[in-house]
Design a protein around this ligand. Structure first.
Ligand SMILES: *Cc1c(COP(=O)(O)O)cnc(C)c1O
Length: 397
């Protein structure tokens, strides 16, 4: 951070907001939203089929088909479709053994659902910093932090400052760019912590040759309306652990014991299943995933070119070990400067080009202000540098 402040004082490199407007316009056209869904395939046929047959709700063949299509695409043993990504994350954390009074290590730079899912378990999010290369959890800094604050009590890693067990590590693949997972897995192995992936933004993103979300013990996807693939609202738990996946399915369906007519439930379950109506939309969307990914990659390439010659700002590109879905494109100001960032935000939005800042960092939200945390210097600098720019797949056509 001191280095960043230094460079800001000595080599001020201001960005001209009108040049940012020009660059975005040259790629995205006159008006563009941030991320709009596209329904150019079998959506209408499949959704109509659920209505024609009456199977719109909590049972029906599209749910099974959607789960199978996803499992094959991602290369995992089990997929459990859920009502939304937040519900999937909640189940994923429960499957990882997160219990009341635990801590879960997770980035402060994320959408609020990541931290909320931890809170739903009665656990406490413990915020760690991100790497500038991935915008996601920094494995080296995590290891240093755990060396400093971790102690082993009866085989369990405990936060020596709070006395709470540190049960899981929950990275998030920001904007679809994969976190550096191999070193993160090493850290988890060394400290005996479970890895859970928030892959809500990263369907179609690969770390080396493996699909994100299927690499940790369990992961979660989202199919919200603004994600790469949408079911209207929806999500999925994904895992290679068959029995764990079966347990997640059971809990997501009110923990009902199968029986021809009796209502018997053997746990406090959840009504987290994805309706058949939404799954129908999802099947049609998944058929088009490769097309969406190709369009988004082309869009990112065009942005990279358009921003190459603009001083004071650069287009964020995927890390070398990853193939990103480029869910949400972003530019980074050379220097952390909220006034400049806001000048870019207002010029672009005034011009009809929708742009957004990063999410307010989790430790700045009232409900997480007292949560334990490491230094968040990189996250805080990124907050004052990053602007998300229009990213709909159709813009890359
Ligand atoms: C979208 C998203 C979620 C949750 O998704 P919903 O389907 O909206 O509940 C969780 N984490 C991150 C990082 C997300 O972007």
């Amino acid at each position: 951070m001191s280095e960043l402040i230094e460079s800001r004082l000595t080599t001020a490199n201001p960005v001209d907001p009108s040049r940012v407007v020009e660059a975005i316009r040259s790629v995205a056209g006159e008006h563009a939203g941030l991320h709009e869904p596209e329904f150019a395939g079998n959506e209408w046929n499949y959704v109509r089929d659920t209505i024609d047959t009456g199977w719109v709700s909590s049972a029906g063949s599209y749910v099974d088909r959607f789960e199978e299509m996803l499992a094959e695409r991602i290369g995992v043993a089990r997929v459990v479709a859920t009502a939304n990504g937040t519900a999937a994350l909640h189940l994923a954390l429960l499957m990882a053994g997160v219990a009341p009074g635990d801590e879960v290590l997770t980035p402060a730079l994320t959408f609020v659902a990541t931290a909320n899912a931890v809170a739903y378990c009665g656990a406490v999010p413990h915020f760690v910093d991100v790497s500038e290369q991935t915008l996601g959890m920094d494995p080296q800094r995590l290891a240093l932090h755990l060396d400093r604050i971790g102690e082993r009590v009866d085989g369990q890693l405990v936060n020596r400052n709070t006395g709470r067990p540190m049960r899981a590590v929950l990275p998030m693949h920001t904007f679809g760019h994969p976190v550096d997972l191999d070193p993160l897995i090493d850290v988890c192995d060394r400290f005996g912590i479970v890895l859970v992936e928030d892959a809500a933004e990263s369907i179609g993103s690969y770390y080396k040759d493996r699909h994100t979300g299927g690499i940790g013990r369990v992961g979660a996807l989202s199919f919200n309306g603004n994600k790469t693939v949408t079911t209207g609202g929806g999500g999925a738990v994904i895992t290679n652990d068959g029995p764990l996946g079966a347990r997640a399915k059971h809990l997501s369906t009110q923990a009902k014991v199968p029986h021809r007519w009796e209502y018997i439930h053997d746990a406090v379950g959840f009504n987290y299943r994805l309706p058949n109506l939404n799954a129908a939309l999802g099947c049609a969307q998944l058929e088009q995933l490769d097309g969406f990914l190709g369009d988004k990659r082309r869009l990112a390439e065009r942005y990279a070119e358009a921003f190459a010659s603009i001083p004071g700002v650069r287009f964020f590109v995927e890390p070398p070990f990853a193939r990103s879905n480029y869910w949400l494109n972003a530019i980074l100001l050379d220097e952390p400067d909220l006034a400049q960032r806001d000048a870019v935000l207002s010029a672009t939005n005034d011009a009809g080009l929708m742009t957004r800042p990063l999410w307010r960092l989790m430790h700045r939200l009232t409900m997480y202000a007292d949560a334990p945390r490491d230094s968040l210097a990189v996250s805080e600098a990124l907050e004052a540098r990053l602007v998300s720019i229009p990213s709909s797949a159709r813009l890359g056509r």
